[in-house]
Design a binder for this molecule. Structure first.
Ligand code: ASP
Ligand code: MG
Length: 473
């Protein structure tokens, strides 16, 4: 029997701007008309940020709520009026109005009772609720048979505010009940990205950029023995690059990358991909394409799949985080005292500090870790107030002039000399390595350098590992 083919496509906020971009979406769908399609929509460009700011200012009573709501409403109404053909426009406008009044109720609660857990999630979810109304009605008016699907009804998650995790088996069951029957009827479900619900019924968010995650969770739920699935994420760039082009002008597109490498890059703040969105597709070996909505070249995209292309080069990409801080706790009291690292990271966790990299030398008298510049103050305050680390027998040092680089490549595994080449290349470029760490998965090496050295360092590594001329034609 031939396998059916299902494609989950996500359109980011930059694809939902005006009549021209909506027509482009419609044209894209024509190219995939032989497959069963599921569409995931992000919020309109900038709307999620506006909703988050609005929630915070509403809690502080420092905003003209009516005026802000009107501005959000106007953006959606004018786009709907611009893109949806006459007969379906009225319905869309009525739905937008209904959602806007629900948003108003949610924000009035924030005003009266504060931003309780999950109220920020609820307010943030309106960006996708509103954009999806417009996209679904637009496609319907263009002649596609579509159905608006609220992800609240299908994506089940854990309960952590803002960053919940999907519960895959329950979601798979809901997709079977609510989405697959629509496909069987020849319809295209248009699904709100970014949010779902927990078992208590709260709206939950999948983290910033979470519509990528919605798409891969749906793909996971749609794949079975009879159906192959692919994910296409439409964005405003060709795909993943070998380095940040602002630091290395000859950085170029990576055409093929494995799940594990893509996860490393996403974790490391490549910004382009939601950090967790690779997990569900990796579990079921579903390929993902990242494609450029601004430049519809059928041959230029990044494909994430199981295949690791072993090429001459062992290193695939260099990721950077320019603005980080390095904190070192140091003292004889830490030597051979089990539990120090646990105390340290427990303290960071309780204070909501995200630890990006850790390095401890075997002399055990210091632990160095990296946090974002935003988390630095929280981390230092927590340490100084701590009954253990705040005492005179521990020194706390903080350096805020550093950057973090991470070189990623599945080919590094079991290959000798990579760290040697890396250090030599950096030495020759007169870049001092201030801390270094390699995970035992051997997929990446992370290093801390002075911020002023970042361009020289990236260029030296790019050159050393021949990333310049690596692009497959
Ligand atoms: N609109 C959400 C955000 O800005 C989700 C997404 O864009 O994927 O984070
Ligand atoms: Mg977005």
């Amino acid at each position: 029997m031939r396998l059916g083919y299902r494609i989950v496509m996500k359109f980011g906020g930059s694809c939902l701007r005006d009549l021209e971009s909506f027509h482009r979406i419609s044209d894209i769908l024509k190219n995939y008309s032989k497959s069963e399609l599921v569409i995931v929509s992000s919020a309109l460009y900038g709307i999620t940020n506006s909703l988050i700011d609005l929630s915070k200012n509403t809690e502080k009573h420092s905003v003209d709520l009516e005026k802000e709501l009107e501005s959000i409403s106007n953006k959606h109404v004018s786009l709907a009026v611009e893109v949806i053909k006459n007969d379906l426009k009225e319905g869309a406008l009525a739905e937008i109005e209904r959602d806007m009044s629900e948003l108003k109720v949610a924000l009035n609660d924030v005003w009266d009772y504060g931003l309780k857990p999950h109220r920020l999630d609820l307010v943030s979810s309106f960006g996708e609720r509103l954009s999806t109304i417009i996209l679904q009605r637009y496609l319907e008016a263009e002649g596609y048979r579509t159905v608006y699907v609220n992800s609240y009804d299908i994506i089940y998650t854990t309960s952590e505010p803002q960053n919940a995790l999907p519960i895959l088996d329950k979601t798979e069951q809901r997709v079977k009940e609510l989405v697959i029957p629509l496909l069987s009827e020849g319809k295209i479900p248009v699904v709100t990205g970014f949010f779902g619900r927990d078992f208590k019924g709260n709206v939950t968010l999948l983290g910033r950029g979470g519509s990528d995650f919605t798409a891969t969770i749906l793909a996971y739920s749609l794949k079975n023995e009879n159906n192959d699935v692919k994910v296409i994420l439409w964005k405003d760039v060709d795909g993943l690059l070998t380095a940040n082009p602002k630091l290395e002008p000859s950085a170029h597109l990576i055409r093929d990358i494995s799940y594990s490498e893509a996860k490393e890059l996403a974790f490391f703040g490549a910004k382009l991909l939601h950090p967790l969105c690779v997990f569900p597709v990796e579990k079921k070996r579903i390929p993902v394409e990242i494609r450029n909505f601004e430049n519809l070249n059928p041959d230029r995209y990044t494909r994430i799949s199981k295949g690791i292309k072993t090429k001459e080069s062992v290193v695939k990409a260099i990721a950077d985080m320019k603005n980080v801080s390095m904190i070192t706790v140091e003292g004889e009291a830490m030597v051979s005292r089990p539990g120090t690292a646990a105390k340290l990271f427990d303290l960071m966790g309780k204070n909501n500090v995200n630890v990006i990299m850790i390095s401890q030398s075997s002399s055990e008298n210091n632990i160095t870790f990296i946090v974002s510049d935003e988390d630095r103050k929280k981390a230092i305050k927590a340490l100084n107030w701590s009954p253990f680390f705040g005492k005179e027998w521990v020194d706390i040092n903080m350096e805020d002039d550093v950057s973090l680089l991470c070189i990623v490549g599945a080919g590094m595994k079991n290959t000798y000399g990579v760290a040697g080449r890396l250090c030599t290349a950096l030495g020759n470029a007169r870049v001092n390595i201030r801390a270094i760490s390699q995970g035992s998965s051997e997929l990446n090496i992370s290093l801390v350098i002075s911020r002023e050295d970042i361009e020289r360092a990236v260029q030296a590594i790019h050159k050393e590992f021949n990333l310049h001329d690596d692009e497959e034609k």
